[in-house]
Design a protein around this ligand. Structure first.
Ligand code: ADE
Length: 247
């Protein structure tokens, strides 16, 4: 899968894609990441990319021309043949596992990072989707773009060593994930739950599912309203005191 990131600050991305899983994914060609410096698409002497907004109010607004020129020269001028173009903005739909998984099915995705107080409204004519990474405001769309690339890449086949892992993780199943332990069996008086050392796979799976339900009930009961639950799950939740849904 190929990502094209349009930004005024390509330097912010240094390092983020150069370690660990994303580095290996790039080296093996499973993902490709191209950074495009919007400033390179200005034609004036001072390479101006922002100006004060019409109507007053003080903030600097990103100009439309360099953004249009950057996107059109990299992705083409025909919107019908361009890949989806996502604007990172706190006004977008909130990124979820489901959105990340959908994006991972695409051969190519373009991301535009907004900056400053805002971006000229006419840029929205270029954009096919708007994504926010949460209800808070960052200084720009660069960190959100990294978040999108990371979350999407995990669903690209071959990026994560165990192909089932991204589909078992917190949120992928509609629940938070169960706790994990590794050696040693006892550390500073804290023991690994006996069941995990038992070698009894069916019992371990049930324990994990129950811990996943317990954790979700304690931390994110809102998720239980949408989770797919078996009769065994409902029984476990009843025992944990859940009063929600149709129990
Ligand atoms: N730009 C600034 N804040 C943002 C957010 N929360 N999500 C996406 N883009 C942003």
């Amino acid at each position: 899968m190929r990502f094209d990131i349009f930004t005024l600050f390509p330097g912010i991305f240094a390092g983020a894609f150069d370690e660990s899983i994303l580095r290996r994914a790039r080296e093996t060609g499973r993902i490709e990441i191209f950074l495009h410096d919007i400033r390179a698409y200005t034609h004036d002497k001072h390479h101006v990319t922002d100006e004060t907004g019409y109507g007053g109010g003080g903030g600097m607004i990103m100009k439309p021309e360099p953004i249009f020129e950057a996107v059109e020269s990299v992705l083409g001028t025909d919107p019908a043949t361009r890949p989806p173009v996502v604007l990172l903005t706190p006004q977008g739909r909130i990124l979820t596992t489901q959105i990340a998984r959908e994006f991972s099915q695409l051969p190519r995705l373009a991301l535009i990072c907004g900056r400053y107080e805002g971006i000229d409204e006419r840029v929205r004519a270029l954009v096919t989707d708007e994504i926010s990474i949460g209800d808070y405001v960052l200084t720009g769309g660069e960190i959100p773009a990294m978040v999108v690339v990371d979350a999407v890449s995990r669903f690209v086949p071959g990026v994560v060593g165990d192909p089932g892992a991204p589909h078992r993780d917190s949120h992928a199943t509609g629940l938070l994930e169960h706790p994990h332990y590794t050696r040693p069996p006892e550390f500073r008086g804290m023991a690994v739950p006996e069941i995990l050392l038992s070698g009894h796979h069916a019992k371990i799976e049930r324990w994990r599912r129950n811990e996943s339900l317990r954790r979700t009930l304690e931390r994110r009961p809102d998720l239980l309203a949408r989770a797919v639950l078996t009769e065994e799950d409902r029984q476990a939740l009843r025992e944990l005191g859940w009063q929600g849904r149709d129990l």
